[in-house]
Design a protein around this ligand. Structure first.
Ligand SMILES: NC(=O)c1ccc[n+]([C@@H]2O[C@H](COP(=O)([O-])OP(=O)(O)OC[C@H]3O[C@@H](n4cnc5c(N)ncnc54)[C@H](O)[C@@H]3O)[C@@H](O)[C@H]2O)c1
Length: 270
């Protein structure tokens, strides 16, 4: 398989390690990097992957190289910059920065580009799990999806929570956001991915309820959600370890992306 990557940071590098350990049948890797990091990306990629590889600074040469799948793991701006061109060229894109799709115009643009290219967009479960049953239950009629995102106080630094709470001084849990997934994704874009994933799999951005919590009692990123639907009710709680190289990213995200890639290289996809 020829794997394309947009972004070569924490998720991409950890992914390459997982794929190597799993003996994934990857023959070639092509990466789009920001120009200022292209040399560092070449060095890192050469350390991580012994096969044929290339680093580009735009999506046009990536498209010419015709990877079998492109994994975006670079952030919301990269989805905006590259996803439509790659899709329109008929190459499947797995979008990790799912929160970008809270922008209705961008979601519409990528869907149209995929239709024009005769390909599809894949959204991995990312930091959470249980997205298979949520998506499957949709035709049975979903009544409610209620999500709580609980992280250590300092994991919310650099977000508007900083203006609402004295994060370093918190001694007990504080719920600082209650609202729908659209507002959560707009106000907390760096933490929008899980809310957006649940919204897209289930009830949509307006009807998916979100609570965001800073909790000094926890050391992991805790995602908990409850679904009420015609065919079943369920609650799931995931205590994700933060990535060593980027504590804002739960390391489960990398395994979820690795699963999607491995499923394309093996005879049994599960
Ligand atoms: N779906 C989920 O549950 C979930 C969970 C965690 C993170 N994410 C998303 O994954 C993204 C990546 O996470 P990470 O931990 O690897 O972050 P990171 O900051 O370690 O790596 C991102 C890399 O992308 C590069 N980059 C940024 N803009 C780019 C562009 N326009 N073109 C090419 N490269 C670009 C950066 O230079 C960096 O090397 C996050 O921004 C987040 O939106 C999704």
């Amino acid at each position: 398989m020829h794997l394309g990557l947009i972004g070569y940071g924490n998720i991409a590098r950890t992914l390459m390690g997982v794929l190597a350990r799993e003996n994934a049948a990857i023959s070639r890797v092509s990466v789009v990097s920001l120009p200022e990091f292209a040399d560092a990306t070449r060095t890192a990629l050469a350390q991580d992957f012994a096969g044929e590889s290339a680093v580009y600074t735009d999506s046009a040469p990536l498209i010419q190289a015709r990877p079998d799948l492109v994994v975006e793991c670079a952030g919301h701006a990269a989805v905006q910059a590259h996803a439509t061109a790659v899709l329109r060229a008929g190459i499947e894109v797995l979008i990790v920065s799912i929160g970008a799709l809270a922008d209705a115009a961008l979601l519409d643009a990528v869907e149209r580009a995929a239709a024009e290219g005769g390909t599809r967009i894949t959204l991995p479960a990312g930091a959470i799990g249980g997205v298979d049953i949520l998506s499957a239950l949709r035709p049975s009629g979903i009544e409610s999806v209620t999500y709580s995102g609980r992280k250590p106080p300092m994991a919310w630094s650099g977000t508007p929570a900083e203006d609402l709470l004295d994060l370093p001084a918190l001694t007990r849990e504080a719920v600082f956001f209650t609202g729908n997934a659209r507002d959560a994704a707009t106000q907390y874009p760096k933490n929008a991915n899980v809310a957006a994933t649940l919204a897209l799999a289930g009830l949509g951005f307006e009807a998916t309820q979100v609570r965001l919590i800073a909790d000094p009692e926890v050391t992991r990123n805790i995602h908990e959600y409850t679904v009420r639907a015609g065919a079943a009710n369920y609650t799931i709680r995931i205590e994700g370890n933060p990535s060593p190289d980027n504590p804002k990213t739960s390391v489960t995200t990398v395994y979820s992306v690795a699963r999607a890639v491995l499923n394309r290289t093996r005879k049994v996809a599960i």
